[in-house]
Design a protein around this ligand. Sequence first.
Ligand code: 1OR
Length: 325
Amino acid sequence: MIQKKVLSSSDESSEDEHVEELQDKQKLIQAKANKPTRTSVSAEVYGQFNKKGQYQAKKVNKSEDAIKRIKQRMSQAFMFSALDEHELAIVIDAMEEKKFKAGDFVIKQGDDGDVLYVVDQGQLDCFKVFKKGEPEKHLKVYQPGESFGELALLYNVPRAATIKAKTDAICFSLDRETFNHIVKDAAAKKREKYEEFLSKVELLKDMDPYERLQIADALKVEKFNKKDYIIRQGEQGNTFYFIQKGDCIATKTENGTEKEVYSYKVGDYFGELALIKHEPRAANIVAQSEVIVVYLDSDSFRRLIGPVDEILKRNMSRYEKYVKK
Ligand code: 1OR
């Protein structure tokens, strides 16, 4: 049974601005996804699908067990990382459990999309046809805790890829209306905020823009003052950092003396060694000015940084003269 409750309404006068923003986004994503721009998107269409009028909160009845599993999966799915407790509760209420058999199509490229999925159990393949007439290419396998199907909802474009269950699978689906009102603004804002910065980070510059956007979803931010220790040598390491503002140095303490061994500027990264080598922090990282860092926890690092793993490993040699005994 679905119960409905009026929650909020938003300012419709800014809708045209939103449309423009979205259309730009749409062009960008379609260029990235190698698709012709859909000319039918207009304020009307946008309004029809995405208009933020009164929101009818949706409550899909489900078992305690399902609610527990949704909470767990949502804490892993990057798309929801910008939500507060109240917003999370609304999204959990609206989610619906969907079961698929191996071989079932969950999403077909080119279709209109009205839900986003979070994987709870099983694996799903992602395929894409890049040029009409060419065979589809296998892009990735979705695992529990990952989400897909967000592009159609975020940018009001047709499905950019096909998702097919590789094994029997259970997913939680979230409807477009709840997504638009609760998740979309925060998620889109976060992507916009970090997209440009991440595209300039040397380490990530050859990464697929779609994958870089997922890093944006997962980032957390922290501020430090001059002389603060961001990392302490010898501690266990669970985070990987990019410098968004300011300068840092790495220091190593040996025989009671602390020596500067490396310096970092905006766009540089640090903290990868402990995560790759499963060893304690090999050096201190000290802020040399006010510093803003964005960081990934170790789980996100492992899931998202895979495509640049080789570069990271190659770059590890920059520390060799300090880490080798
Ligand atoms: P959607 O709503 O378009 C299909 O439905 C979903 O496949 C899409 O959202 C994403 O969640 C997911 N390009 C486009 N969509 C992708 C891609 C992708 N990977 C997963 N999806 N890639 C870029 C190809 C140029 C793959 C990058 C590795």
